[in-house]
Each structure stands twice: as structure tokens, then as C-alpha cells.
Design a protein around this ligand. Structure first.
Ligand code: UDP
Length: 248
């Protein structure tokens, strides 16, 4: 397939964003670069971008089907996602259903403790300041979002959590936590952007509690790509697999 791919607009840690012939659409290339620890640990892992694009496309489609506005427009071929162009809000919106990761390093929670209702945490997406945790007053003072924006972000995030958690649990995956990002479309509406993949979520096998996400790379363990492939295999249905001729 001929991709509608023009000039490079932005290069992130794991994705490149290209202009297309359409002024309000961009083409996102999912790269194989994998990073951890504030970008200090870096590697290239063959097929990571391929699996992440398939996983993210599927999860965004599920959210679209549930009535959530997202930037997802389609998967022209594995590795690339066509997206609505957004003006991104520099917030990392983290939702936590089970205590894991940095939360355990910073606060006296028990490992595996569940949160009902889930915890929503917002970090400042800013490399220079190392993504510090924010509160509403700091977000307002930095003019990252308004009170109304925060209300929409919180409500949408809780809905996203519920939809994805139900979908994943039905397929034998626990969903301890995940990070999402929002942007504004050309009319100023808040829309879900970025990606939802094992790079940005924790996925655990609900039977064995095996880790199936980037934590394997953070911990220096083997089987990272095998875990990403397993997540893709679990969440894609036969129709998806047939369409892309996937034989895993
Ligand atoms: N996360 C992310 N990007 C970041 C920070 C966190 O995608 O810059 C995701 C991470 O993959 C996990 C969740 O947000 O699913 C919570 O991460 P945590 O704060 O526990 O930090 P970590 O343990 O990853 O350092």
C-alpha cells in the first residue's frame, strides 16, 4: 500500500509523526526504539513498533465503538496509524487499578493493593523537569488546562478505564495501570491521543500474574517482544488477524 506520508513533523522517543496530504491528519510511525528510566535505558527491539501499532489501533477502535472521541482514523498498514492532528496537552494522565511501579516507591501502599475507585494521577510531560506529579492548582497555574478541561479529562479517563478493563479482563488480562494523553482538535474539543500499548500500560496475565509489558525491559528481563506479541494475540480477533495475514 502507498502510504500518504509527507514531511516529518515531530520525532518522539518511540514514534514519528508525519504530515499527510490532508491538513488535519497525521501519520504516526511506531518505531522499534524502547526506552526506560527517563530515557537513560535505550534499545531497539525488532517488531515492537509493529505489535504496538496493532494493539493501539485495536484498543482505540474499542474506545471509539464505546463512544469516546479519539484521534484514531485507521491502520493503513501495521507500523503506521492515521490520526487526527491534535494540539497535545502536556499531561500524562495515569490511571491505577492496582498498586505497582512508582506508586509503591513513593507511597506506603501494599504491592497488589486494588483501588476502587481507581486513582487518577496527572504528571507534567516535560523531560527537562523529569515529568513531576501535578495537582489541580499547579495545572491551572501553569495554564495546561482549565477546570472544565480537567473535569472532561477525569470523566473520560474513568470511562476509558472501565471499557478497557472490562475488555481485557474478559480475555484473561489484568489492567493494573496505564498512561494516556489528550489533545485539542481544530474546534478545541478534548480528544484522546497518543497510544495505548504495552509501552504505556501494565498488563498482567490474570492466571499466572506474568508481566506482559515494558516492565520486563525496565527490569532487564528477557521475553519482551514475546510478551508484546502475546498481548496482540490475545486482544486481536480472527478478523483482525486475517486482514493483516498474522500467523501468531
Ligand atoms: N507510564 C508511561 N510513561 C511515563 C510514565 C509512566 O507510559 O512516562 C505508564 C507506565 O507504563 C505505567 C503507568 O504509566 O503503565 C504508571 O507508571 P508508574 O508511575 O508506575 O511509573 P514506572 O513504574 O513506569 O516508572
Amino acid at each position: 500500500m502507498n502510504l500518504d506520508k509527507r514531511n516529518l513533523l515531530y520525532r518522539g522517543k518511540a514514534k514519528d509523526v508525519y504530515a499527510t496530504s490532508h491538513p488535519h491528519q497525521v501519520l504516526v510511525k511506531f518505531r522499534d526504539d524502547i526506552t526506560a528510566g527517563d530515557g537513560k535505558k535505550k534499545e531497539i527491539m525488532g517488531l515492537k513498533g509493529y505489535y504496538n501499532s496493532l494493539i493501539s489501533a485495536k484498543l482505540f477502535q474499542i474506545l471509539e465503538d464505546a463512544g469516546i472521541k479519539t484521534q484514531y482514523l485507521g491502520l493503513p498498514e501495521p507500523g503506521y496509524i492515521l490520526s487526527l492532528k491534535l494540539d497535545m496537552i502536556p499531561l500524562e494522565v495515569i490511571t491505577r487499578n492496582i498498586a505497582a511501579g512508582s506508586l509503591l516507591r513513593r507511597f506506603p501502599f501494599q504491592e497488589g493493593q486494588t483501588f476502587k475507585p481507581p486513582i487518577i494521577q496527572m504528571d507534567f510531560k516535560n523531560d527537562e523537569y523529569h515529568d513531576p506529579m501535578l495537582n489541580d492548582d499547579i495545572i491551572l497555574a501553569l495554564e495546561l488546562a482549565t477546570r472544565e478541561d480537567l473535569e472532561i479529562i477525569r470523566e473520560t479517563t474513568l470511562k476509558i478505564n472501565q471499557v478497557l478493563k472490562d475488555f481485557l479482563e474478559e480475555r484473561g488480562l489484568l489492567f493494573p495501570d496505564f498512561k494516556i494523553e489528550y489533545g485539542r482538535d481544530q474546534d478545541g474539543n478534548i480528544v484522546l491521543g497518543d497510544e495505548i500499548s504495552p509501552d504505556t500500560c501494565r498488563f498482567w496475565d490474570s492466571e499466572t500474574c506474568d508481566i506482559l509489558d515494558k516492565d520486563l525491559f525496565r527490569k532487564g528481563e528477557s521475553g519482551v517482544i514475546e510478551a508484546y506479541q502475546k498481548v496482540a494475540n490475545i486482544i486481536l480477533d480472527e478478523k483482525d488477524k486475517k486482514k493483516w495475514n498474522l500467523d501468531f
